[in-house]
Design a protein around this ligand. Structure first.
Ligand code: SAH
Ligand code: SF4
Length: 456
């Protein structure tokens, strides 16, 4: 979500003549796009802000802004703690960036103290989604995110997102489809639909289609070749969506379905509104429809009062599903959340201990899962070339990173954005290594997505 917000801000700023620089010593404007999901991310922003203060000594006209979830959470407190900050604005104010910057610049040149604060949430009915896709741009992209929803109406007891991103709003389906059409026109092959809980798309507000209908319409109305989405909430995954994996060839066989815990008692306190059994049922149904589906998830360990046995239930769920990969987090107390008021917090050392166990087991399973793909052929959408290693890299339909070497004898051709069949030779924990699959001779290239194929 923050990556996408950054891209939008970059687009808005480039229209005002700003260019990106990797060297903050040369910058006229430094914007921190912040995350407050865990305490560590917040601390990182604070220490980075301390560093940028020194830059002001060389360049007093430098503008410093903090946006995103920490800005939304801390509001004017940020000005008190870091008096040199000029702008503080939340995610809903991104569209106003050009005016905010113009005003800040004007005040700064007059040597006035700049303090622009914009942390109002737009009302649900007035919220506007940003679309900066310009079909005339030269820039070539292979993959893109498309926002379909903002905010979150869930009540997970550990989570700060609803407080910092506001109420859920679904984007009108025609806007989504128009944006995807424009992206496809610019060469984009793969789109990931973005939202905090994509499954509730259109259920409560102005989205006139439900999520599975939206996917169907994207397949019907656009020439997109690969479609993904994130994030799903298990309580809202319906049989209509599960069935679609057997019907829509553009829908890639990978599913990120955060479970958080394998214990029903903990899930209840987390207010996740599903049980372990319900979660496993969804996975089972998806596996029946797509046997090669890759599953990924999010886990939180050390939630208040989580016992050893309850943690063991998380490990047993990991074993039972066999996730290809997971994001594992130690519980972090967030201000104002229901869980922050719960008793029996675990020590940092205990949380770290459980995290290590979970991550070690996940790493083993990831390798086993990847090894099962050795000898198989994966359709890879090529994204980049590593000139040092002479390797191409891309993603399989199951979202695995696949590397393969440049064929020595062949004339080097730019494969970026092409589909190449790659036979997997070696599995690593987080990626696959392969070589171009020669059915007879030369590259076997697919120009449109043909669904899943595996060859032995
Ligand atoms: N909307 C998504 C996830 C958003 S946050 C969903 O419902 O799944 C991404 C992940 O951060 C969550 O899935 C959770 O695992 C983790 N997370 C959220 N709050 C956290 C906290 N207080 N401590 C540790 N991890 C947290
Ligand atoms: Fe947070 Fe739950 Fe909403 Fe995800 S669904 S953003 S975890 S409140």
């Amino acid at each position: 979500m923050n990556e996408q917000d950054s891209l939008h801000m970059k687009g808005l700023l480039s229209r005002q003549g700003y260019l990106e620089t990797k060297d903050d010593g040369e910058a006229d404007l430094v914007l921190f796009v912040t995350c407050s999901i865990r305490e560590k991310a917040v601390q990182k922003v604070f220490s980075d802000l301390g560093r940028v203060r020194q830059r002001l000594e060389d360049n007093p006209q430098l503008l410093v802004g903090v946006c995103g979830c920490v800005a939304q959470q801390e509001k004017e407190n940020l000005f008190k703690r870091f008096p040199f900050i000029d702008l503080v604005f939340g995610p809903d104010a991104i569209k106003n960036l050009p005016e905010m910057i113009a005003k800040a610049k004007q005040e700064k040149t007059k040597n006035e103290k700049v303090r622009i604060l914009n942390t109002q949430f737009s009302s649900q009915k007035d919220f506007e989604f940003i679309n900066l896709v310009n079909p005339h741009e030269e820039e070539s992209r292979i993959k893109a995110f498309v926002n379909i929803q903002k905010g979150c109406d869930n009540v997970c007891s550990f989570c700060i997102v609803p407080r910092v991103r506001g109420r859920e709003v679904s984007r009108p389906s025609q806007e989504i489809i128009q944006e995807i059409k424009a992206l496809v026109g610019m060469g984009v092959k793969e789109v990931t639909l973005l939202g905090q809980n994509v499954n509730s798309y259109g259920l409560k507000d102005r989205g006139e289609l439900q999520f599975s209908e939206l996917l169907q319409e994207i397949a019907n109305q656009t020439n997109l070749e690969r479609l993904r989405f994130t994030t799903s909430h298990p309580k809202d995954v319906g049989s209509d969506l599960i069935k679609l994996f057997g019907e829509l060839t553009i829908l890639c066989p990978s599913f990120h379905l955060p479970v958080q815990s394998g214990s029903n008692r903990v899930l209840k306190d987390m207010r996740r509104q599903y049980t372990r059994e319900h979660y496993l049922e969804i996975i089972q149904q998806l596996k029946e429809i797509k046997s090669n589906m890759a599953f990924t998830t999010d886990f939180i360990v050390g939630f208040p009062s989580e016992t050893e046995e309850e943690f063991e239930e998380t490990i047993s769920l990991l074993n039972q599903v066999g996730f290809d990969m997971s994001f594992c987090f130690a519980y972090s107390e967030r201000p104002g959340t229901a869980a922050a008021r719960m008793p029996d917090r675990l020590s940092v050392a205990e949380k770290k201990h459980r995290l290590d166990i979970l991550q070690t087991r996940q790493k083993q399973i990831a390798l086993e899962k990847n090894k099962a793909r050795e000898g198989k052929v994966e359709e890879v959408l090529v994204e980049s070339f590593d000139a040092l290693k002479m390797n191409w890299a891309g993603r399989s339909r199951s979202n695995k990173i696949v590397h393969f070497p440049q064929e020595k004898e062949s004339v080097k051709e730019d494969l970026t954005g092409k589909y190449i069949d790659v036979k997997v030779i070696k599995a690593n924990h987080f990626s696959l290594m392969g070589e171009v699959f020669n059915e007879s001779t030369g590259f076997r290239r697919i120009h449109s997505s043909e669904g899943d194929r595996t060859y032995n």
